[in-house]
Design a protein around this ligand. Sequence first.
Ligand SMILES: Cc1cc2nc3c(=O)[nH]c(=O)nc-3n(C[C@H](O)[C@H](O)[C@H](O)COP(=O)(O)O)c2cc1C
Length: 193
Amino acid sequence: MNVHVVYAHPLEDSLSATLHKTVVESLQEAGHQVDDLDLYREGFDPVLSADDRRCYHDVDINRRRIDPYVERLRRADSLVLCHPVWNFGWPAILKGYFDRVFLPDVSFVLKDGKIGPGLTNIRKLTTVTTYGSKRWRAMVLGDPPRKNATRFLRVICNPRVKVRYHALYDINNISTDHAAGFVEKIRLEMLKH
Ligand SMILES: Cc1cc2nc3c(=O)[nH]c(=O)nc-3n(C[C@H](O)[C@H](O)[C@H](O)COP(=O)(O)O)c2cc1C
């Protein structure tokens, strides 16, 4: 399977970095082709400029600016997002990736006034993430990152997409064993991906 990993964290010694390394290595060990996009390391520009916004619906012009990223998405059978939760959402660089790359005719198509999925090649959609918050507190707020990953992104993928959301909450209060257990869980999940 072609798995596109999209990763967002600036620090190499973070828990997210450990999870990212685990994700990539375990997927490779399982025999998958992994295309790893490390947004910080690539220096991805997340800003949708005035000109980008003006041309947003001009598919040809728009596509030309981010074509390599679109091609990488289109080659994928599976998409794995790996990131921490910041301000109950995606880190800005990942949010900007969606703003700039998930364009009309890429992530969604408009046909006869109806909107449909654009990334029907994606049959597995997985998130690996960590929160400072306890799970109950995130739930009280509606847990927006969970909903974005499991509901919003689901509708732009293949209608039969398998969605998985692996989250470690309350990371400032859990033991190192608990954190290591989560990393091991992710390793096993990726091995059977
Ligand atoms: C800028 C910033 C914003 C954050 N906002 C939230 C938040 O809204 N909700 C939450 O649960 N944790 C929040 N956190 C905590 C992070 O989720 C936590 O630091 C991260 O999951 C730990 O992973 P890391 O060690 O890989 O950075 C925030 C952290 C930072 C740095």
